[in-house]
Design a binder for this molecule. Structure first.
Ligand SMILES: [Zn+2]
Length: 502
């Protein structure tokens, strides 16, 4: 009896497993068919002329030589028309800094975004990726391309780009957003992002944008976690390339790919990536006494990369945004006054020599009042693996010492390629967070260079390969394609990009 029951139960289990296998297989085939079908949605419409329209796609941290470590047939195919082998990021080579330079044509000292984590003396506010404070207009100087475009009566549609969800003035009287935009959400699938772009592309001409953006972050995520050209990075590149293929097939189905009336498509990256290791970390409090009560604010970039840290690392976005000014001496007169006033009421909680704004390959240091020279002297020869500058001595090739920008602090530390910086407490608790990869180093290292490929009727048709270009020239390239008549003042030079065009 017991044996019979067991046999029956076994049969039921086997039957359930078989049904599950059938359902999984069937739904897989169904999804595949669905996928195939959707590739060819959209009808060829020869009346549409998109030859003065452009889509720019950013693949975060796609290093210039990543074609050598992954199969990427769709991107390689685009490089047959236009290929800038090394797209040089601004200094420092960080995501927010670089994307905003590209889209405004400005060096960071003039774009306002000088780091991914920064402290504004005048407003007494801290900027960090993803914080609500970063949505304030005052951080964002210059004029993003979508505003320049809309000022001339055109429309823009952005599926993610740094600053696209912030109201920015540019030359306008009030904060301006892209005509259509999505707020950044990394959980939106790549397919949904591309389909959103197609929805805008399929709008009637009167309400259809001439300027579009897309953004993919997985190559950067894997590069930070596992290092450049790791198996995970290779898989991420191949996945993104598949989605570029999906995009191309959708454009082909609409008659807008490699056609005289087709859409111009640019794919580029904001910076490269280099290998890092926990054996190459400089501990700054071995050399100077740092202010520690808000030190977690300086680790914001790591908190962003490793969200689980928020559980056990003291994390309070709000107290980072609105700092207690009594703790900080700063280089603005207004802040000095506030500092002195608070000092009289309530002495700082500890005696320190400097405050670290951000732990990054380019690190900003605010010396305590009266200790500027002391801090500089202690740091300048402390390590063989960094270069320490007073702000006014940063080499002119980095365009980073403009005195009008108080977000660039009095002392700048520039780490050698592959090195990291930390305070001892954080390093001892999370040493493994320094393994993998990073970017943000000086922009003249080859490993920090990104890439640029493009296809479309606006560009020269024969193979055109250029060795290198600074990425703030992207503003000129976009301007040229859409025929902007009145561009915003910027640091670019049209002559540098003319050879790309017919
Ligand atoms: Zn990036």
């Amino acid at each position: 009896m017991m044996a019979k029951q067991k046999t029956q139960s076994l049969k039921v289990i086997i039957a359930v497993i078989l049904v599950c296998i059938f359902l999984i297989t069937f739904s897989g085939i169904f999804l595949f068919m669905n996928f195939k079908e959707e590739q060819f949605v959209g009808a060829i419409n020869e009346d549409i002329d998109m030859s003065q329209s452009v889509l720019i796609i950013s693949i975060d941290a796609f290093r210039h030589d990543y074609f050598e470590c992954a199969e990427a047939p769709n991107l390689k195919g685009m490089s047959d028309q236009i290929h800038i082998q090394k797209l040089i990021p601004p200094f420092p080579s960080k995501t927010f800094v670089s994307h905003y330079s590209q889209i405004t044509g400005l060096y960071p000292a003039w774009s306002g975004i000088v780091a991914n984590t920064m402290y504004d003396s005048e407003q007494n506010l801290t900027f960090s990726i993803g914080s609500s404070s970063s949505q304030e207009s005052f951080w964002w100087w210059g004029e993003p391309f979508w505003i320049s475009n809309q000022r001339e009566g055109h429309l823009s549609g952005t599926v993610f780009w740094v600053a696209s969800e912030v109201g920015i003035y540019g030359r306008n009287e009030s904060p301006t957003y892209p005509t259509y935009y999505l707020s950044y959400d990394r959980d939106v699938t790549y397919k949904a992002r591309i389909d959103q772009f197609f929805d805008w592309l399929d709008l009637p001409e009167a309400i259809r944008p001439n300027f579009y953006t897309l953004y993919f972050e997985s190559v950067d995520d894997m590069g930070h976690m596992y290092g450049p050209c790791s198996k995970e990075v290779t898989e991420a590149i191949e996945d993104v390339d598949n989605w570029i293929g999906y995009l191309i097939r959708g454009l082909e189905a609409r008659g807008l790919w490699k056609a005289p009336n087709g859409l111009n498509v640019i794919v580029d990256s904001d910076h490269g990536m280099t290998k890092t290791s926990k054996d190459k970390v400089i501990i700054i409090d071995d050399y100077i006494q740092i202010e520690t009560s808000l030190i977690h604010c300086a680790h914001m970039e790591h908190l962003h990369l490793y969200p689980s840290l928020k559980d056990d690392f003291r994390y309070n976005d709000l107290d980072c945004q609105k700092r207690n000014s009594q703790l900080f001496h700063d280089d603005s007169r207004q802040n000095k006054k506030r500092f002195q006033k608070n000092l009289n009421q309530n002495s700082p909680s500890q005696d320190y020599e400097a405050q670290v704004v951000n732990f990054s390959p380019v690190t900003q240091i605010i010396p305590a009042e009266g200790k500027e020279e002391q801090v500089y002297q202690k740091l300048v020869n402390a390590s063989q693996n960094w270069t320490v500058y007073k702000k006014e001595d940063v080499p002119s090739k980095y365009h980073y010492s403009w005195e009008g920008n108080s977000r660039i602090k009095p002392i700048i530390i520039v780490l050698d390629l592959g090195w990291s910086i930390s305070d001892r407490a954080y390093y001892e608790k999370y040493p493994d967070n320094f393994n993998g990869g990073n970017h943000g180093y000086a922009n003249d290292h080859d490993d920090m260079a990104g890439f640029f490929v493009a296809s479309g009727p606006a560009f020269v048709q024969e193979n055109n390969s250029i060795e290198k270009l600074e990425n703030l020239e992207i503003y000129q390239i976009l301007q040229k394609i859409v025929g902007l008549k009145n561009p915003a003042p910027n640091n670019g030079t049209m002559k540098n990009v003319e050879s790309l065009f017919q």
